[in-house]
Design a protein around this ligand. Structure first.
Ligand SMILES: [Zn+2]
Length: 262
């Protein structure tokens, strides 16, 4: 036996308090999107409830089609050096809370902003972040003009449509996404190959530094695509523990069992 150290007595009440605390992802959804949250999830202005954890074990397709809050933070989004994505179905940020985004980014809020010598249509809430990315890209392209062909002509920003092959809304529906030049880009539906990419670290860093995630971090790669999801970039927003047995470090999604568990 050991004699309790003074800080043991201090730790116990803190540990007891933790389960009732607001999970970090919910605090970030409140801070970044201004939505009402409590420990169980998000409540939108029309009363829609978005649960933090609906307790369901889902296939990869179900996570995309019907994500709870925790699904949209799983696996964690990695920043830093670009690395080939080899883990099947590791698509951090590809699951979205469509109802939340539709509330936060109404069509009435669209504005035109200058972007690398052209003009794009984005949501006013995201326009300042796009402007900061544009300033970073201007500096990069002034230093390395040969990179212009990877950026321009843009593939586009606003496009109210479903994700190809699904009935889910594209991030382009909300005015929070941009596609760089499609020609030199790689997209899993076109390439039908292993992960490939031509974008340099500097351009990816320019977007991620301002709260944009990149489709090149996905197993279902889409290297022209960036979208504003600051809650996934901000390390303070990580879930307190990995979901349902998943490691926060490996980003591996376990396929559903082929036979029912006994
Ligand atoms: Zn896109």
């Amino acid at each position: 036996m050991h004699d309790p150290m003074p800080w043991d007595a201090l730790l116990l009440p803190l540990v007891l308090l933790l389960p009732a605390a607001l999970p970090a992802p919910l605090g970030c959804l409140h801070d970044y999107y201004g939505v009402h949250v409590d420990a169980a999830g998000v409540t939108l202005v029309d009363g829609t409830r978005l649960p933090y954890d609906d307790g369901r074990d889902k296939s990869f397709a179900e996570r995309l089609a019907h994500p709870d809050v925790l699904d949209t933070f799983t696996p964690p989004y990695p920043t830093g050096p670009i690395t080939p994505v080899t883990t099947p179905d590791a698509d951090p940020g590809r699951a979205r809370l469509d109802a939340l985004l539709a509330t936060v980014y109404p069509r009435a809020g669209l504005v035109h902003v200058p972007f690398v010598g052209t003009t794009i249509v984005v949501h006013a809430r995201v326009a300042p972040a796009f402007a900061r990315v544009a300033a970073r890209l201007d500096a990069i392209l002034a230093r390395e003009p040969h990179l212009r062909r990877l950026v321009l002509p843009l593939g586009g920003t606003l496009n109210v449509r479903s994700v190809a092959g699904t009935d889910r809304q594209s991030a382009h529906s909300w005015g929070i996404a941009i596609d760089l030049n499609p020609a030199p880009s790689h997209y899993w539906r076109w390439d039908k190959s292993a992960w490939r990419n031509q974008l340099p670290q500097s351009i990816v860093d320019a977007f991620e530094a301002e709260g944009f995630i990149w489709g090149g971090r996905w197993a279902h790669f889409d290297t022209m695509h960036f979208e504003y999801r600051p809650e996934l970039i901000d390390p303070r927003c990580r879930p307190p523990s990995a979901k349902r047995g998943e490691s926060a470090d490996t980003a591996r999604i376990t396929p559903p069992p082929s036979t029912p568990a006994p």
